[in-house]
Design a protein around this ligand. Structure first.
Ligand code: SAH
Length: 451
């Protein structure tokens, strides 16, 4: 039984606790939230609007059911298989299905062959173009059919455990999936675009030394529904379904959240195909960028089969240094990685490959490093742009960010060779939403509680 709402409010607004029914997109269990006020966080509009500025679920009875696993070795690509979802809802989630799978699922529940194609089109349109989560809203589908669909299917959204808005407008959602695993998703509004940073795994096996996500203990692949669910949820929150393809706020997607997308290729591919679908959200592949730390054998397939832009987390120009800070380099060296970039399908001067380069003081930020970067990109004839990322610190990180003058100097050297090298402005640092700061907030809390 859910406890009765409580009101336990301390003076001076430091901490307010009261019970609120927490009914998110789907009819889930009703939980009660702790709400803590911090004036630099703002409200979230849309269906996830909750009446407080910072929302948190208590850790007590809602802790993840999957027991934490020890992190696999530094270059181990095998992820822990997903445990059976601890959900009581046995209905099939339509979000995880391709068009063909949807047709097959309709056949399985007895939809006659002559109307299957039409029904599949209708349902797909409602789910992926109109964003509905309730079969009752599918007004052009006969009533009995809607009932049949609702008995066998559901249209999921990830559960939001925490929703934060930074003073710079960046939003972060901590999501909890049906087995209790958690991942984060970030929306970054800018003047001319709005970028959603999507996670592909819970945690990450790569253990890049400067990345907070790499310290998470629980690691598994996200399903295609869970990846797609992040986009759906952001569009819900941004109120994007009224005019599904006009005046978009969410204009770009980057697979730069938690995890290594090329270690979860099939699910990432399926989710992105759905996002790009001409009867769905219709986001152009040119507005989607997949970032990899360098899973060389999967890069060509990424270009051929998904066709999105590529970003590569290079971060160092000498193997000794890259072996250390991006341990995946021990498997695929810089030269091999750059060869795979040079032959990336679809890359040309109009569609360059982005090289991410985190600026770590005294590690990879010298003039010689900048010149070597230019030499390598030229030598491999890669249509490239460089994105310099000031290192975002996190509790316990062993590195410091390069000084601003050093970053500028590095940028100038690369620029003067004719390669664009802007410095990425850190966004959402105050809510730990910036690059490399993502790590399940509940895991952070557990660790803090343990001291
Ligand atoms: N695994 C993929 C996707 C993650 S993208 C990849 O490595 O490309 C996240 C980006 O942020 C990567 O370029 C990553 O190297 C970078 N990053 C990680 N930790 C960081 C930190 N603390 N400060 C700045 N950038 C960081």
């Amino acid at each position: 039984m859910t406890p009765a709402p409580r009101l336990d409010q301390r003076q001076n607004g430091m901490f307010m606790r009261f019970g609120l029914p927490f009914g998110l997109a789907q009819a889930g269990p009703i939980a009660y939230m702790d709400c803590e006020k911090e004036h630099d966080f703002a409200f979230l509009p849309g269906p996830f609007a909750l009446t407080e500025e910072r929302i948190r679920l208590p850790m007590t009875d809602t802790a993840p059911t999957a027991s934490p696993m020890p992190a696999p070795g530094p270059t181990e690509p095998v992820v822990v298989p997903r445990p059976d979802p601890a959900t009581s809802d046995a209905r099939i989630d339509l979000l995880g299905l391709s068009k063909d799978e949807l047709k097959a699922a309709l056949a399985d529940i007895g939809v006659a062959e002559r109307e299957r194609k039409m029904r599949a089109q209708q349902v797909w349109h409602w789910v992926h173009h109109r964003g509905v989560t309730d079969f009752a809203a599918m007004t052009n589908v006969a009533k009995e059919m809607r009932g049949l669909l609702a008995r066998h299917f559901r249209i999921s959204r990830p559960e939001v455990r925490e929703a934060l808005v930074s003073s710079d407008g960046t939003r972060k959602w901590l999501l909890r999936f049906s087995d209790g695993a958690e991942a984060e998703c970030v929306f970054i509004p800018e003047d001319d675009r709005g970028t959603l940073c999507v996670s592909s795994q819970v945690g990450c096996t790569l253990n890049c030394r400067f990345c907070h996500t790499g310290t998470m203990r629980l690691v598994r692949n996200l399903t295609s529904a869970e990846i797609l669910g992040q986009v759906m949820l952001a569009r819900d929150a941004l109120d994007e379904w009224t005019a599904p393809t006009a005046d978009r706020r969410l204009t770009n997607i980057v697979m730069m959240g938690m995890g290594e997308p090329l270690y979860n290729f099939e699910n990432v591919k399926k989710a992105l195909e759905t996002v790009m679908d001409e009867n769905g959200i219709q986001l152009s592949r040119r507005r989607i960028t997949l970032s990899t730390a360098g899973v060389v054998p999967m890069m060509a397939r990424c270009g051929e089969e998904i066709g999105v832009n590529l970003a590569v987390s290079l971060h160092a120009v000498r193997d000794e240094i890259r072996d250390e800070i991006v341990p995946l380099n021990r498997k695929w060296k810089i030269a091999e990685l750059l060869e795979a970039c040079a032959s990336y399908p679809g890359a040309n001067n109009a569609r360059r490959i982005t090289f991410e380069y985190v600026m770590l003081k005294g590690v990879n930020d010298s003039d010689a490093d900048a010149r070597e970067l230019v030499r390598l990109l030229r030598h491999h004839r890669i249509p490239a742009k460089v994105n310099l990322i000031p290192f975002n610190p996190w509790p316990g990180s062993a590195y410091e960010c390069s000084d601003w003058t050093r970053i500028e100097r590095f940028s100038e050297i690369v620029f003067s060779s004719g390669i664009s090298a802007p410095v990425r402005t850190p966004r959402g640092r105050d809510i730990m939403a910036a690059c490399g700061q993502l790590k399940s907030a509940s895991e952070r809390r557990r660790r803090t509680a343990r001291g």
